[in-house]
Ligand binder design. Sequence first.
Ligand code: SF4
Ligand code: SF4
Length: 472
Amino acid sequence: MSYNVLSSYADDFINDDEILETLDYAEKHRSDRPLLLNILEKARKCRGVTHREAAVLLECDQPDLNEEILSLAKEIKLKFYGNRIVLFAPLYLSNYCINGCTYCPYHGANRHISRKKLTQDEIRSEVIALQDMGHKRLAIEAGEDPNENPIEYILESIRTIYSVKHKNGSIRRVNVNIAATTVENYSLLKKEGIGTYILFQETYNKKQYDGLHPSGPKSDYFYHTEAMDRAMDGGIDDVGCGVLYGLNSYRYDFIGQLMHAEHLEAAKGCGPHTISVPRLRAADGIDPAKFPDAVDDKTFCKIVACLRIAVPYTGMIVSTRESERTRAMILPLGVSQISGGSRTSVGGYTEKESPVDTAQFDVSDTRSLDEVIFWLMQNGFVPSFCTACYREGRTGDRFMSLLKSGQIANCCHPNALMTLKEYLEDYAQEKTRIAGEQLIQKELENIPNQAVKERCRKYIAEEVQGKRDFRF
Ligand code: SF4
Ligand code: SF4
């Protein structure tokens, strides 16, 4: 097998020899200032760099150039995503799972954990609870179990979620994180109007992957790694990738992640819509100390910065796995979406006490959504509940061309302010509402297009009268 970015075989587009050679190349050039400066100059054009160039930046051992890497990542984040942070929440439908992932408490052999699958009525209750918090965008999660969680159950659940309209609430975008499946099933998901299909690779190192996935359908590395190709063949434009940092050498997985993005762009015409950057966390029966590849905070920041530089057009997501302190550190380096007020257990939004025995992982950031919103604003960010692109059909390459043209700022910024205003009207605590009103007035000035700015002012005034769901 040799490296081939266009091949449909995982062995070719995530080629082990190419990753090993890249690791070797990066190691040899970590102090090569002329090369590093060249890569940084290319990166400043904001059109990305190759996996090999990004690997050299990640390895760079020159303190001043490392500072430049971080500040360039911040510049790129501001250029494409401004100071906005889009909010979402996970919704766990079922923790039945027949896979054997050694790092996840939902693995089939875990007998300590209670198994639970939400009924459609329970889903409605969870969605009402999420709407009452102010959420508009969900990511549904379910283990892999063809008997308990067949595709029909997932499709019905999506219909239920979209159907719930409680007070002024509505879920406007459902992203789906379920196991790798067939082209036919991806087409069915597309027909139900899903946003992004999310599937974490966990690790791109096949040998390591095989050890971590000893049983169940997920043990097929190739089927798993080629899932995004099938999703796109099934008509899903927006796919979300991610590795679980800590399962394997971060250097290897960082390169694999970028090769995967390059493959999707080359073979399918559009790279991933988002990349998530989860790190291994403690959970029932899972001790992170047993995983020697844990990533420290400094390295984590560098990974986020180098991803931002390498794939400027790809959104980056960080979840409540990370603490407030870590989130504060990495947000400016390139993150565009975060979860807030999350429960990582099945039924967690409606049960009074967090049912920890069904949680997939421990949440580090346990603040309420309102606290997160207030905190974001205090730290100079504009919280956004925008779902406009997907609802306007701006998905896949249509979304990417708008982003690349620089015109997206005339959509994202007013949409952020209008959806924030909805939140302030319907859900915010008093302190948050006051801070939010001030922020909106200030940020209206930062909408580049004058006509859009005026329409945005008008829509915000209409929101005060009770109208909802404006978008550009
Ligand atoms: Fe199942 Fe996913 Fe957990 Fe693996 S990571 S055991 S597939 S829920
Ligand atoms: Fe995201 Fe599109 Fe909304 Fe911008 S306008 S925040 S890209 S959905």
